[in-house]
Design a protein around this ligand. Sequence first.
Ligand SMILES: [Zn+2]
Length: 258
Amino acid sequence: MSVLLFIAGGAATGLLFGTLAAKGRRAANGSSDGELEPKPSRDPVREVVSERDAEALPPGVVPPKPLGVPFAAGVDRPVWPLRTGHPRRGVVSYRGVDGKVRGSWARRLAAPRGGKNGKPRRNHAGIDLFAHPGDAVLAVADGVVTAVQSFHLGSWAVFVDHGQVVVMYGEVDRRSWSRLGVAVGSSVKAGQPIAEVACMARDENGACTSHMLHVETYAPGTTQNHRWYAGKDAPPALRDPSLLLLLAAQETSMPAVA
Ligand SMILES: [Zn+2]
């Protein structure tokens, strides 16, 4: 049994950071959409990170701030889930324990979604990684493909059971897994291409304007996505992928170019 490290954020500290960050954000981009950060969990703001995972982050990488969602953990030496030539490859968008957001504010877990055209307000249930359409999506570890489902704007999602965690590789091209010889029930190896990044929108000239890999992580056994509605506790099966992706980004095996 490994020793566990408790990161105690402290509700008051979290609220302070959240308030300061929100003020800074409004000042920076003039946003007037009035969208708010999700409320901190009613549970004590205390999350468990395995000591091994926390220690694996090199000095200088600020650990993610707990958001009331358990961290996806227990994947040994995860592989970065993309082979891409995107200039921002390897960027993990997240809020650190110091309250500052790294990467893109809108791409992080818990960023506001919905709230327009009568749609309910939600919290982003995953992290969006920079990628080009058609880029290969790679399994972060050995595992078994357990489900596929339709997802956002005509894209699809592939679920892989990696043992301690299920990863949902979202916003991938429909049936791209089939072209790669992958199906529900397939065993896959770490780093194996399992799908391709979808194009979800195009401009009037046909250029793709919406493309990324959307990564959600879940408790073992999960075979469909769960939405996280604003002001509500996160779905119990949801996991925070920040730490897993930060660890994957450290791996020298990250493919550099498509
Ligand atoms: Zn997303």
